[in-house]
Design a protein around this ligand. Structure first.
Ligand code: 5GP
Ligand code: ZN
Length: 122
């Protein structure tokens, strides 16, 4: 079984599992989180399977820079015109649930909570 068979975000990137798409190009995909914790909540993922920032490493700086570099434009296009929050959960301590690197972009018309909402499940 390849990573793409077992990884839900690889399957979303391959179009095998539907998603509400925000943006797509050859390197990355952005789509709405299925369980939003803010009025605007979408995820930016690399199409390439990277587990998290431990896996991405400095060798992926161009890809990471591109995903971060697109965040503001995509947030604005989705309606977050006055600020937004960026969260990347990594590993067990970071409470990562899906082990394919993803950037949470959260925003809304009103300010978010001072520490949350964040995609943390108790
Ligand atoms: P993590 O805790 O790993 O940072 O967050 C994973 C996120 O992926 C969660 O916010 C969860 O709601 C979202 N998610 C999990 N499965 C799916 C799915 O099949 N489709 C979409 N659109 N989001 C998903
Ligand atoms: Zn994957």
């Amino acid at each position: 079984m390849s990573q793409s068979d077992s990884c839900i975000f690889c399957r979303i990137a391959a179009g095998e599992i539907p998603s509400k798409k925000v943006y797509e190009d050859e390197d990355m995909l952005a789509f709405h989180d299925i369980h939003p914790v803010a009025p605007i909540h979408f995820l930016i993922i690399p199409k390439k399977h990277l587990v998290n920032l431990y896996d991405a490493d400095i060798k992926e700086q161009a890809l990471l820079g591109k995903m971060m570099g697109m965040a503001g434009q995509l947030a604005r296009e989705q309606g977050s015109v006055d600020g937004f929050r960026v969260v990347i959960n990594n590993g067990r301590v970071g409470r990562q649930e899906v082990y394919h690197l993803h950037i949470h972009i959260m925003g809304g018309p009103e300010p978010l909570g001072s520490r949350g909402p964040a995609p943390l499940k108790e």
